[in-house]
Each structure stands twice: as C-alpha cells, then as structure tokens.
Design a protein around this ligand. Structure first.
Ligand code: GLU
Length: 486
C-alpha cells in the first residue's frame, strides 16, 4: 500500500511547529521550527504553533515560555490566532476515539500495569520483540460492562489492521520509506486519564488544522506508520512528510549535552545575533545549490526549498557559527549594531556617551565574533584603565625613549584641531617618531598601552580616534606621570 504523500489535498502550504513543553528548546527543536517557518514563507503559506502538552508527567509549565521566547527572538512569527494547546482539546480527541471504538477500529484495554510488566518480562525471556499481545481485543460487550461496573479503568488502543502489510510513504527528504505493519503493536490512543497519546492528538490535529506538510526530525520516522494507519482508519488523506536529518557534533555523535550548549537561548546570552542563528541553523541540512553561506532573513524566506534538504547528518560546527556571526556583525550599519548591543546588554549601555559608544563599537566591529566580545572587552574606552607602568615600555625600548615618545605625541596632539579618523591619529604619532628620530616601538606601543591599559588591543590610532583629543590627552598625561614616579 503506497501513500504518495507528495500528493496533497491542500491548496495552500501550512506547516506547524509542535513542541512538547518538557524543557528548554534546544537547537534541534528550533531548527525544526525554522524549516517549518521557512517552508511556509517560501511557499506563501501559513506557519502555526501547536503546544503538544498532553504528556502530563513530563510537562514543565515554564517550558511554554521558553518556547515562545525562543521563537520570538529568532523572529519565527506564528500565525497568531492559531496557537493551540492540545490540553484544551480533550473533548475533540475523546470524540474521535469514540468514533474509532464504534467502528470497531479501536478497543478498550483493561490490562493492569502489573500484567503488562509481566508480559514484557516473558517476552524478554523468550527473546521476542516487546509489544502488547492484544489480549483485550477479544473482550465482549458484556465483559467490558462487567469490568467497568467493577470500577476498572481502561485505555483505548488502536486495532492495528492486518492489511496493509506495510506502510510506504514518499518522504520529501528521504524518498521512499517502507515499514512493516506486523511489527506494530496495538498502540494506545487515549490514556486512562482522558488524555490522548502523542500519536493520536498529532494526527487529529494535523488533519483538523489542514496541515499540508509535516516537517520533523528523523527520530519520528518510526511513528509515521502509526500515523498513516490512523489517517487511513478515519479515511483521511495524510499530509506530506519530510523527516529532517540528524544533527551531529564534530565527533560524529548525535548532538547532545556533552557538546556544550544545546539550549537555543544560551546563544542569545553569548551574544549571537538572531539572524546568525537563523542563517546557521537553516544551513544544517539545506543549501541553495550554490556556495553561498551568508543569507539575509529575506533571502532565506524566499530561497528555502524543502526539496534541497539532504538526508545526510549535518554537523553542528561552532566555528562556522562564529564565522557567520562575525560576518553579520561586520556587515551591519553602526546604528543597527548599537541597537543590537543595547538590546543585548542594556546595563552596559547605560550612562555612556553615545558618540564614544558608536566610535568604540566601530573600532571593535571588525574584531568581534559576538556582541559579548564588545561588552566584555571594551571597558577601557569608557573608564580610565588601571595598569602597571611597566606595560608602557616596549621590550626593545627604555624608559627615556618612551617618555620622549609620549611627550612628543602629547605635544602634536595639542597642535591638532580635530582627529577625524584613525589615520589622523596615526599621523600624529608618526610626527612624534620622525621629529625625535625615535622608533615606532618608542611611540606606538606606549600610546596604545597608555590609552587602553591592555596587553593587546586595537591599534593606538583607532583608540585615539575613538576617545577623542581630550580623553587621549588625559591618559597620556597620566602615563607620563606614572612613568616619572612609578
Ligand atoms: N511533540 C512532538 C515533539 O516534541 C512533535 C513531533 C512532530 O512534529 O510530529 O517534537
């Protein structure tokens, strides 16, 4: 039995992100959301958010918050009216389960936990595959009435049909997938607490919400035959299925905690741009057929093509993310970058001179990999640095030459009207070198140290330009004093 799920009854593309609120969404979950979002965008369709919160044991209330925050950070806007919580739809699942019961396609099962555990033990001892033995299939109406009168609770199980013998679907990413049905047990669709299982609620909702394309991780492939059997039992057309490749670490193993940060919001905290994350995660399995790797949001929304998603595992390469983030930071207008930094760390931005902030950021822009690189490594622009006077003397220079260099720069700085660019500042230092026959190390090094107080920093010309004349003078004077009276 072949289900060509490429054929779809829906005219418009509608995708969904259907997370279970069991913790903080990790990069794998969010890549799923991104592929669903981009596919909908590229096809002019809709993207909805469905919270699959029917597993009450694993439910974490805060998780819904995390999910929404993550999606909002990345700009994955879902169709507003359609945020759905499955826990609010129990009557719908009950009604559909009753429909299957009536049609003889499902049955009530009263087996106790103890019986099921014993069954599993026996199966393990016999080395046969574990699974429910369909014991309650044979219960008569009278049996059921009696058990219910005794107050016995039950679940509803799906009666896996003898035919088709296998379920085959044409996966948009993986091609033809076929799975035998005789290895499927009669799985539970409604639990004794009235909550549906994932399989059941997922199918009912995908159908009722007219989802055209189900894009999810490949770990869901074993569930898909169950889903297709459910669609068939209702006489519904299944949607298109696209199972995305695994994400692996650089060691070739499935991406997990041992690879470091997996929660998506950790990347916000580290100072990655939302657009970089979007770009990077979109490339985990997709490319546009060229060697282009940096994409704007608009390009991704236009160019994304599910047909170009490969099935080979994709490597989560942090170096690549760093490269993308650096490129995006460098491509930004300074005003936009200021806004990003301000959003990222409003406290850092507080009470800082706007002009100085902009110039410091312009100096750091070519050197930053993350926004944090700026907030953590640029304090000396805004506060007088503390350092050991020894730092002022270059290793091939001495105190006398250093003092001469610093004094020379101070003098030429006093004669300069305005430092319009780092090059202007370089000129001042060059004049100090030439006029006294000093070496570059007698001048550039101590100026850099005097202005930044750092072992390593951007060039002295850049810092001088960013600080401006007054602040630079002050720092040079302080350095001279420190050298004279260490
Ligand atoms: N609730 C499932 C999850 O947590 C959804 C899987 C699917 O997309 O069908 O990923």
């Amino acid at each position: 039995m072949i289900h060509n799920t490429q054929y779809t009854i829906h005219n418009t593309v509608k995708t969904r992100f259907a997370p279970s609120p069991t913790g903080k969404p990790h990069v794998g979950n969010i890549r799923t959301a991104i592929f669903n979002y981009l596919h909908a965008k590229a096809k002019g369709g809709k993207f909805i958010l469905r919270i699959e919160d029917t597993d009450r044991e694993r439910f974490i209330p805060d998780a819904i918050n995390y999910i929404e925050k993550s999606l909002k950070w990345l700009g994955l806007v879902w169709d507003n009216e359609e945020k759905i919580h499955q826990s609010e739809r129990l009557d719908i699942y009950q009604k559909h389960a009753d429909q299957l019961l009536k049609a003889g396609k499902a049955y009530k099962c009263f087996c106790s936990k103890e019986r099921l555990a014993k069954l599993r033990e026996e199966q393990a001892a016999k080395k046969v595959a574990p699974g429910y033995d369909a014991c309650c299939r044979k219960l008569t109406k009278e049996d059921i009435g009696k058990l219910e009168q005794e107050g016995k609770t039950s679940v509803i199980r799906f009666k896996v049909p003898d035919n088709p013998k296998e379920v085959i679907w044409d996966d948009t990413i993986r091609g033809k997938v076929s799975i035998r049905t005789d290895i499927q047990e009669d799985f539970i669709i409604l639990k004794s607490d009235g909550y549906p299982t994932y399989h059941f609620a997922n199918v009912i909702d995908d159908h009722l919400m007219e989802i055209s394309t189900v894009i999810r991780g490949e770990e869901w492939i074993p569930s898909t035959p169950k889903h297709i059997l459910l669609y068939m039992s209702f006489g519904w057309q299944p949607p298109e299925f696209a199972h995305m490749p695994l994400i692996i670490g650089s060691d070739g193993k499935k991406l997990g905690k041992r690879h470091g940060d997996t929660a998506i919001m950790d990347y916000l905290d580290k100072g990655y741009l939302a657009d970089s994350m979007l770009n990077f995660l979109a490339l985990l399995g997709w490319n546009d057929g060229t060697t282009q790797e940096i994409f704007t949001r608009e390009e991704l929304e236009k160019k994304f093509d599910l047909g170009r998603v490969g099935k080979a595992p994709s490597v989560f390469d942090i170096e690549k993310l760093n490269w993308i983030n650096g490129e995006k930071i460098r491509a930004m207008q300074i005003d936009d970058l200021v806004k990003e930094v301000a959003n990222f760390d409003p406290v850092f931005m507080k009470n800082k001179d706007t002009n100085l902030f902009q110039r410091a950021l312009a100096v750091m822009q070519t050197r930053m990999v993350t926004l944090r690189d700026f907030t953590e490594n640029s304090n000396y622009f805004f506060a007088i640095p503390k350092y050991d006077p020894g730092l002022l003397v270059f290793k091939k220079s001495d105190k006398g030459l250093t003092l001469a260099g610093l004094k020379g720069v101070l003098e030429f700085l006093g004669q300069t009207k305005e430092i319009k660019s780092p090059k202007d500042a370089d000129k001042i230092m060059k004049e100090a070198v030439d006029s006294q026959n000093l070496s570059n190390g007698d001048v550039f090094w101590p100026v850099r140290a005097a202005l930044s107080g750092q072992e390593k920093s951007p060039s002295p010309g850049e810092i001088m330009w960013a600080l401006g004349q007054e602040k630079s003078k002050e720092r040079l004077e302080t350095a001279i004093k420190m050298l004279k009276n260490p």
